[in-house]
Ligand binder design. Sequence first.
Ligand SMILES: Cc1cc2nc3c(=O)[nH]c(=O)nc-3n(C[C@H](O)[C@H](O)[C@H](O)COP(=O)(O)OP(=O)(O)OC[C@H]3O[C@@H](n4cnc5c(N)ncnc54)[C@H](O)[C@@H]3O)c2cc1C
Length: 311
Amino acid sequence: MPGSPPSSELPAGVQRDYPLARLTTIRTGGAAELFARPGTIEELERLLAWAQRRGLEVGVIGSGSNLLIADAGVRGLVLKLDQELSRIAFDGTRLHCGGGARLPAVSAQAARQGLSGLEFGVNIPGTVGGAVRMNANAYGGELARTLRWADVVSAAGRARRAPEELGFGYRRSSLRPGEVVAGVSFALTPLAPDAVRATLADMRRRRREAQPSGIKTFGSTFKNPDDPRAHGRSAGQLLDAAGARGLRLGAAGFSDEHANFVVNHGAATTAEVIAVMAEGRRRVRERLGVELEPEVQSLGPVAFPADWGRG
Ligand SMILES: Cc1cc2nc3c(=O)[nH]c(=O)nc-3n(C[C@H](O)[C@H](O)[C@H](O)COP(=O)(O)OP(=O)(O)OC[C@H]3O[C@@H](n4cnc5c(N)ncnc54)[C@H](O)[C@@H]3O)c2cc1C
């Protein structure tokens, strides 16, 4: 493992020992060895090339709404897209935005312009880059239906990828570590702004009724299983049936209201979150015979047990 570069060799804007917990919605985990907020595609390219020369691993953080940071912190360089790389612009019925643009803002701005196709994003508290990486979805809306291209930047250079080149599956894509979604373009459909806004209001209302709010969580913990032994039940229904609803270990626990949400009730650690997940998963396996697979992603050495088969 390469040593940490001396401070005199850090590119402008790169900070050392940067706490990451506050950049996640669950608020756990340690610091990034090195951290930067590139504001342009050129700055992003320079940072990625520098990290490669130094032999540093690169991680990217969006809104941290589906992310567990290792308690021991993250070696290498962690990037969060900023400025131009989080802007939203319109060109007729096309919406172009940086990978760091927040999905609810993108969805609301499209509605204001009378453009339909991104309504599903209103309740997904992530960035567009994180949504492409995760193939985020809600209420039957599909990212790939309106996505025209994504600009992916890595140490190897810049490439524009069509949706069919992104390997989308259930909550996954073929993007590899070190590949950063810097910008995307969506092709939307004109519709009366009031109609789009009404859909957003309806989706917000449905979400308020279905999910707890004002809690520290990363949303769904496990993917809904594609296993006949689940008999069509969601991960939340299986956790509930296995007695995991409200289960608490230390300061972390499954929500009382939504069995598939892990909540940080105070100053939980990532290790406590993993312990809660492991216990929920064990109960579902032993009582119902179904192996749950985590949806949540991680940065740094997060100790997911080896048999979890994360995809
Ligand atoms: C209350 C709540 C409700 C939620 N509801 C939904 C829902 O309805 N549907 C749904 O699909 N998800 C939902 N989520 C999960 C989450 O919001 C999505 O997975 C979202 O797409 C993650 O985006 P992010 O920017 O927060 O990514 P992060 O959590 O920051 O990162 C997730 C992964 O994406 C990578 N990544 C982030 N940005 C980039 C980039 N620019 N380029 C390449 N890789 C990147 C990270 O390295 C990491 O591997 C919910 C979460 C919460 C907390």
